[in-house]
Design a protein around this ligand. Structure first.
Ligand code: DQA
Length: 147
């Protein structure tokens, strides 16, 4: 069975393309989904995709990874910096994940420089725009294949 990867997106990422394009670029989330799924196909992995603006829905999506996904690529957006509930869900399911961000969170306001998730991640890709998703997927898949 091919590895199953879930891509989870948090709040406001549905507005990519029109939202603060000088920070997040002009590529829409639908375009990033298309490019990431195309890369997944080439890599021979299954890829599911969700976006939610609701913390509880993100928590439930993470809980649902158990037994359903071999790994995850997660852009928790603002919840990265605030959500102990998202952190606790990741601790509960223990599914390997890569944290991704379009912008370089370490070059931004102090409150964005802290991630409540990063120490649990296989790795973090931050600052490569839409490409962060592809790079995160590739890193995760190579880690899963080397296990
Ligand atoms: C983001 C960075 C977060 O600080 C911000 O709240 C986002 C997007 C990024 O992809 O650069 O919504 O996760």
């Amino acid at each position: 069975m091919p590895p199953r990867i879930a891509v989870l997106n948090g709040p406001n990422l549905n507005l990519l393309g029109e939202r603060e394009p000088e920070i997040y670029g002009r590529t829409s989330l639908a375009d990033i989904e298309r490019m990431t799924k195309e890369r997944a196909r080439v890599l021979g992995v299954e890829c599911t995709w969700i976006q939610t603006n609701h913390e509880g829905e993100l928590v439930e999506a993470i809980q649902g990874l158990k037994g359903q996904a071999d790994g995850a690529v997660i852009n928790a957006a603002a919840f990265t910096h605030t959500s102990l509930a998202v952190r606790d869900a990741l601790l509960a399911v223990r599914v390997p994940f890569v944290e991704v961000h379009l912008s370089n969170i370490f070059g931004r306001e102090p409150e964005r420089r802290r991630s409540l998730l990063a120490d649990l991640a296989v790795g973090v890709v931050t600052g490569f725009g839409a490409d962060s998703y592809r790079l995160g997927l590739e890193g995760l898949v190579s880690r899963l294949k080397s296990r």
